[in-house]
Ligand binder design. Structure first.
Ligand code: ZN
Length: 310
């Protein structure tokens, strides 16, 4: 049994409007779902992804209005690594981002490193995986330069070997670098790398990652719960998130992991053209829609999507 790389990554924002602007207008992702935090329906859970909202491209944010800036520390993901198609795409982003007042630095092999408005770090690298590119259509970003989904994440840890043992023995990962482990199934793959933790303690708030979800199939999802529990790791049990099912647990370095299945997701009750327009409420909150919508931060309607935008 193998995990299918990164399913989604969830972070925190203190400013839903600025967050929406950055991830859609600047990065060219599509808002595929506006829903609410199932544990607190008065705040948003926003999903940005490729055109169809595929696992492997979903960057999500819980809104905590006016949250102070967070700071990554031990046990926290501090950088999200995305794929692009070519060196020419790196050049495109190295020019585009500064033109939109987002400073960049160039990393290893010409990668492009930048932060979102709340300090969450991103890196763009040229894809060498052969996995299907997961692309959103954006009016001013040529399809060949668009983001193509997640490549990996970098986390801070004091003792990466402890995480590595769980990743290899329980989660089926393979060591693919010094402190890097890759989780690859037949469909997709992705990795987590551990860097030495800063001395200062982390603070989970605006611009920090809350958890990372690894993908699996609907059939294998319950088997992962059995396998992880059998290894002595305490989990949340299987939680129904309406659009997919989830299992949460902390890996030994402290990073919150989730295993999410590949159920059809948001297109189960909404046509692809309409994704991201209506606020989606889990069935238990539908009766309170009017009250909930009044309390949420107003966000512009992205409008229907033209067919075949890419
Ligand atoms: Zn999640």
């Amino acid at each position: 049994m193998r995990l299918q790389g990164i399913h989604h990554i969830s972070a925190i924002t203190g400013d839903a409007q600025r967050n929406l602007d950055f991830y859609t207008r600047v990065l060219g992702l599509r808002l595929v779902a506006k829903t609410v935090n199932q544990d607190d329906p008065n705040v948003y859970h926003l999903f940005y992804a490729d055109e169809q909202g595929h696992p492997g491209s979903e960057m999500t944010f819980f809104e905590y209005p006016h949250a102070i800036p967070g700071r990554p520390g031990a046990g926290m993901i501090h950088r999200i690594v995305w794929r692009v198609g070519s060196d020419a795409a790196l050049v495109f982003w190295a020019q585009r981002l500064p033109s939109l007042e987002v400073p960049v630095t160039r990393g290893a092999e010409g990668s492009v490193v930048f932060s979102d408005p709340e300090g969450l770090e991103h890196e763009l690298v040229v894809d060498e995986s052969g996995d299907a590119p997961l692309i959103a259509g954006a009016p001013d970003i040529p399809a060949e330069h668009a983001l193509q989904g997640f490549e990996g994440v970098r986390a801070y840890a004091t003792d990466p070997e402890r995480s590595g043992a769980l990743l290899e023995k329980v989660l089926g990962a393979e060591r693919s670098g010094d402190d890097v482990w890759t989780l690859r199934g037949e469909r997709r793959g992705g990795w987590i790398a551990y860097d030495p933790a800063p001395a200062e303690r982390g603070r989970q708030s605006g611009g920090s990652v809350h958890h990372i979800a690894w993908g699996t199939t609907v059939v294998e999802h319950p088997e992962w719960q059995d396998r992880i529990t059998a290894a002595g790791v305490h989990t949340s049990g299987i939680i129904d998130r309406t659009y997919f099912k989830s299992i949460y647990f902390r890996e030994p370095s402290g990073v919150l992991f989730e295993i999410a299945d590949d159920a059809p997701g948001f297109t189960i009750d909404s046509p692809v053209e309409e994704l991201g327009r209506k606020i989606i409420l889990p069935p238990q909150f539908e009766g309170q829609r009017e009250r909930i919508e009044r309390r949420l931060t107003p966000l512009p309607d992205p409008g229907p999507r033209p067919a075949a935008a890419t």
